[in-house]
Write a protein that binds this ligand. Sequence first.
Ligand code: GUN
Length: 296
Amino acid sequence: MHFQTKNTMRIMNGAALARKIRSVLTIEIEFCKNKYGRSPKLSVILVGNDPASMTYVKSKGKACNEIGIESDLHFLPFSTSQDELLALIRQLNEDDSVDGILVQLPVPKHIDKNVILSAIDYHKDVDGLHPMNVGLLNTAGDCIIPCTPKGILSLLKSEGIEIAGKHAVVIGRSNLVGKPMAQLMLRENASVTVCHSKTRDLPYLTRQGEILIVAIGCPNLINADMIKPGAVVVDVGINSVDNKLVGDVYNSIDVSSIEKKAAAITPVPGGVGPMTIASLLENTFEIYKRRMKVAL
Ligand code: GUN
């Protein structure tokens, strides 16, 4: 006999929220452009021609242009030296028409990522990766928040998910996602466990997570046995399997045992990805408003 359990798991629609954010930004940016005579502008730098990075950079530029943010894409050859890259960053730092500067990661091995990220004027650091912004996030200061964690938090809040007092388990400790995500959750008064590739007995820890955020880039890492009943699961994994984009959570949007366990989940694609871009647009406009001294 086959029993069909009623599916009550919510799919958190990042694509829909991102659309809403973009349409509000479009109106606000049009208003500011008319009032202040200048559009916000984001400069994006890519060194080398990694196909995935190329796609990301182009989609960032397109997303900007669609809502009235100027984009200025710099495609530099793989052979670009660290000094040449630093010279371009210096020039963009000093260019008053540029609000946001983003260096797409990863950079080639002959370039020191930390030197590059520290060279960006931290006021223009749309990614929130400059040590000053990282430090301000860790001390609950006023800072630019990295786009993916910021997008995840916006999505959870818009879905009405309580964070304060909950146990959030974050898998992944990258500077781009895991670490800032854990800090944001702490700021929201969650208790936080951070796991990573060396963590022993990962299933024991993931089962404690009332909010489980998986950002390690490992397809099928999380199965139903690793999820606490009623948990909210955020799948940040971007993996390409057989030319299909899949997350880190096993069978995440298929009819599966996970549906009977989790209360809510982000789909891949259409969950966190669009929210990352929406947050990048928000950060760029936020910096523009600060620089133009627009009353916030
Ligand atoms: N590479 C992958 N994701 C990102 C991101 O959000 N920002 C930058 N700068 N590089 C990335």
